[in-house]
Design a protein around this ligand. Structure first.
Ligand SMILES: Cc1cc2nc3c(=O)[nH]c(=O)nc-3n(C[C@H](O)[C@H](O)[C@H](O)COP(=O)(O)OP(=O)(O)OC[C@H]3O[C@@H](n4cnc5c(N)ncnc54)[C@H](O)[C@@H]3O)c2cc1C
Length: 800
């Protein structure tokens, strides 16, 4: 071990070994992996080694596909066998809803380019897996590229290939302490101290402690998980092919062949956290005692699905721990506030996702950002709230228990909630508000009559008419929307304007004005779809998506300059929007100032009743609207005054579902759908806000896009001949049997009475009037490209 490396990777499980491999392969060979015992000594040695294609997040599914392809490459590079069994895999559906979901998932796979899968009938499923009972199966999804590997061999292959690229592996050396220095980190180990520029926490079951060494509380917890391995089974031994990996979602089990027997793993409802503060340091190649009482119900289902299990002995029980984040996705990337400290942990399926995690992290460290949009596993997607022990326990437990339970897009899950509530929350609840969650905050979805319960569904829900009525209120009357769920950053200081000019690609608004502002990364990809407000007193606000607060703040910090202060106002400022043609009539009753002079996209300080507010005349609904921002303490009074003032105008409270429907009718994009860090201004139409006459971050790349051949795909609005369900996102779009794009978001436009979607399509299919088709919940529907902003295309309402 040298005394200095460019990077020290802590942890020799599959994830650390993959990070090491990718760093060295991409050119950073001065890297060292330090392992407490020997490679695989965490959860990696006892994994079942399975890999499969399905993941609810398409970006993560794509990284899984990358990992599967990589396995043979590391085998070749290292000369170490990974013990590949590419058996193919079956995912089974046991309820009509699950079967619908599986058909949708199949289409999403087509969108992300996973072509080697197909839907199968129950009979075909049984033919593919003859030891399985087909009882209750309604269909399945077959994927060619699923199977299992030898876990120890795989970790050794990653490490071996990394060493061939010049990396170092040091075993039997625990990292004891981490100290931040002026230019990196001092890593104190049992075998001495090394310095480095970057340190990577790939400590798996010990990630919590290795986080705390740097003063970081990572939202991660281990949970126990069982699988069993049987003795030889005559029916299996008699087969002339290997059984496919089989996931029985309604049966809570996964299964693969193990020699001439079977390995059956169980995702039980009755989950079991283990060592929430991290595994003991001395924990090694050990396991927990199996706990059959906890898995009894699921095991029974497994025995029904595979009747041959009833006649065979169980050779081995494995009850081992592995780690989960609150949403089950990994925690990867630079840890905010800790320069040079990187996370690569909470990787629930390391053999499936480890390759993608290693690749993304290495690109991030070397090039400043990963190639793919990996927001779904970015460690910065969580804020301070997620450090809480109970929050971690509830959310990770919920994720584990629901691993094989179907979650509907309109379903609200209870873990870690309610946490943060806007001050008027209780009054709004009394008024019938149904809540969703964004980050830590409860956000209003819609207001329903007493006793109403929304039915979870993949299709249009029984809240359809309620949302329709709220849309009508917003378009024809006046609605009140709680806008606590927006982010707000205050930018001040003598260099505020200069800094904003560099950070934002758009022209800055004049005093008393607001402006849409794309923010780009150095490589010209989107980093934000923000609104900048110039209050005219030297201070500016940046407004955006609430859940990106700790994702945007590190970006501002990383590009900070002297003479500028950026403050997150997310714990201080909240507000209400008054929206609709009658909004001005309501607001002017409450102010002695001349609100009629506040034109579209104007902003300023107003007294609204007793509340000293900051008001902006804009609305994502496309209607005339006033966003009234107030201090947290004033939220209840502001609501009460606005409702009182609006009584004669028939004001009604509305929620985000109506806001989302109305914005779709205006073709207004939103982050995580039309805009992501994977897309460019040219693809998304964001380029129309760019000020090409100034310098800004990402200009060179944006210019190259503008002056080059143009993006391959561009944003369009679609009208879909949908019947009882609307598109939601990532559905493939077809033209004459050829895949030509995908939906970025969709829904029902209640004002227009049409099913709408926004989509990225090949440029030659973007012309208005182009006839296409889209798969909506697995069913192919005719669709047509329509002109953007099908409602009020000239924007007369919002400018009125
Ligand atoms: C029963 C079971 C079945 C599973 N089946 C599958 C499956 O089929 N497919 C799949 O993809 N995944 C499966 N998994 C999950 C998989 O095991 C994990 O996702 C994976 O092992 C995580 O790897 P890791 O590198 O993040 O962590 P770990 O394997 O825990 O590695 C972390 C390493 O860091 C080292 N370390 C920690 N602290 C220090 C320190 N201070 N100094 C030096 N070294 C340190 C540890 O010794 C350890 O070797 C299963 C897990 C279990 C429990």
């Amino acid at each position: 071990m040298k005394s200095h490396y460019r990077v020290v990777v802590i942890g020799g499980g599959v994830v650390g070994a993959s990070v090491l491999y990718h760093l060295a392969k991409f050119g950073w060979s001065d890297v060292c992996l330090i392992e407490r015992k020997v490679l695989t000594a965490g959860s990696s040695w006892h994994a079942a080694g399975g890999f499969h294609a399905l993941n609810a997040d398409p970006n993560i599914a794509a990284l899984q596909a990358y990992t599967i392809d990589l396995l043979s490459e590391i085998e070749r590079e290292s000369g170490q066998s990974v013990g590949m069994h590419m058996t193919g895999g079956l995912t089974l559906a046991g309820t009509p809803e699950r079967w619908e979901w599986l058909q949708s998932a199949y289409r999403v796979f087509q969108t992300i380019g996973i072509e080697d899968c197909r839907l199968v009938t129950p009979e075909e499923a049984v033919a593919l897996n003859p030891v399985m009972s087909g009882d209750g199966i309604l269909g399945g999804l077959w994927a060619d590229r699923e199977g299992y590997i030898d876990t120890t061999g795989t970790v050794q292959a990653y490490a071996g290939a990394a060493k061939k690229h010049g990396a170092t592996v040091v075993e039997n050396n625990r990292v004891l302490e981490l100290n931040q220095t002026a230019d990196g980190w001092q890593v104190v180990t049992e075998k001495g101290t090394v310095t480095c520029e970057h340190v990577v926490n790939a400590a798996g079951l010990w990630a919590k402690q290795v986080g705390r060494m740097a003063g970081v509380e990572l939202p991660v917890s281990p949970l126990n998980h069982h699988y069993l391995i049987t003795d030889s089974i005559p029916e299996v031994a008699a087969l002339d092919h290997e059984l496919p990996m089989t996931v029985d979602l309604e049966g809570f089990t996964y299964m693969r062949q193990d020699q001439k027997g079977m390995l059956v793993g169980i995702y039980e409802i009755d989950h079991d956290h283990w060592m929430q503060d991290g595994a003991p340091w001395e924990y090694g190649f050990e396991l927990q005692q199996e706990d059959l009482g906890r898995i009894e119900n699921e095991l029974m289902l497994g025995f029904q699905r595979y009747p041959c299990l009833n006649d065979v002995g169980i050779k081995t029980w494995v009850n081992g721990a592995f780690t989960f984040s609150p949403d089950g996705n990994p925690l990867v990337g630079p840890v905010p506030g800790k320069r040079g400290y990187w996370a690569a942990c909470a990787v629930m399926a390391g053999f499936l996702q480890g390759g993608g995690v290693g690749k993304s992290l290495a690109e991030w460290m070397i090039h400043g950002e990963p190639e793919a949009d990996v927001y779904g596993m970015d460690v910065a997607r969580y804020g301070k709230y997620a450090e809480n022990r109970r929050y971690i326990r509830e959310t990770t437990g919920q994720f584990y228990s629901r691993r094989f339970v179907m979650t509907y897009p309109n379903e609200q899950l209870p873990a870690g909630r309610p946490l943060k509530m806007a001050p008027a929350h209780d009054a709004m609840t009394a008024a019938g508000c149904k809540w969703g969650v964004s980050w830590d905050l409860e956000v209003p979805l819609y207001f329903a009559p007493d006793g109403f319960e929304e039915t979870p569904t993949l299709k249009r829900s029984n809240a359809f008419d309620i949302v329709a009525e709220e849309c009508r209120v917003l378009r024809e009357g006046v609605g009140l929307l709680d806008i606590t769920g927006f982010s707000r950053f205050e930018v001040s200081g003598p260099r505020a304007e200069a800094w904003l000019n560099r950070i934002m690609a758009s022209r800055l608004p004049a005093p008393g004005r607001a402006k849409l502002a794309p923010m780009l990364s150095e490589t010209g990809k989107l980093k934000g779809d923000l609104t900048v407000l110039n209050w005219g007193d030297g201070t500016y606000w940046i407004m955006g998506s609430y859940y990106l607060r700790t994702w945007h703040m590190p970006w501002f910090d990383d590009h900070m300059e002297d003479g500028v202060t950026v403050r997150d106002l997310g714990e201080e400022i909240c507000g209400f929007a008054v929206v609709g043609p009658k909004s001005q009539a309501v607001v002017e009753k409450l102010t002695e100032q001349d609100i009629s002079r506040l034109g579209f996209m104007g902003c300023g300080a107003f007294d609204i009743g007793l509340v000293s507010a900051k008001v902006a005349r804009m609305s994502v609904t496309g209607e005339k609207g006033y966003e009234i921002n107030c201090r947290y303490g004033d939220h209840i009074a502001l609501r009460r005054m606005l409702l009182e003032a609006g009584t004669s105008e028939g004001i009604r409270e509305c929620g985000f579902n109506a806001m989302l429907s109305t914005r779709l009718e205006k073709s207004f994009g939103i982050w995580s759908a039309e805009f992501t860090q994977g897309y460019t201004p040219g693809m998304t139409g964001m380029d129309r806000w760019i000020d090409w006459n100034k310098d800004f971050i990402g200009k060179e790349a944006a210019l190259a896009e503008r002056d080059g051949n143009g993006p391959a795909q561009v944003q369009v609005t679609l009208e879909i001949d949908a019947v009882d369900a609307d598109a939601s996102g990532y559905e493939p779009i077809w033209s004459g049997g050829e895949r030509v794009g995908f939906v970025t978001s969709g829904g029902y436009g209640h004002t227009l009475g049409k099913s709408l979607a926004m989509a990225l399509v090949n440029r030659d299919k973007a012309e208005v009037g182009t006839e296409l088709s889209v798969h909506v919940v697995g069913v192919e529907r005719a669709a047509k490209v329509i002109a953007p902003s099908p409602h009020d295309p000239q924007g007369k309402a919002m400018r009125s």
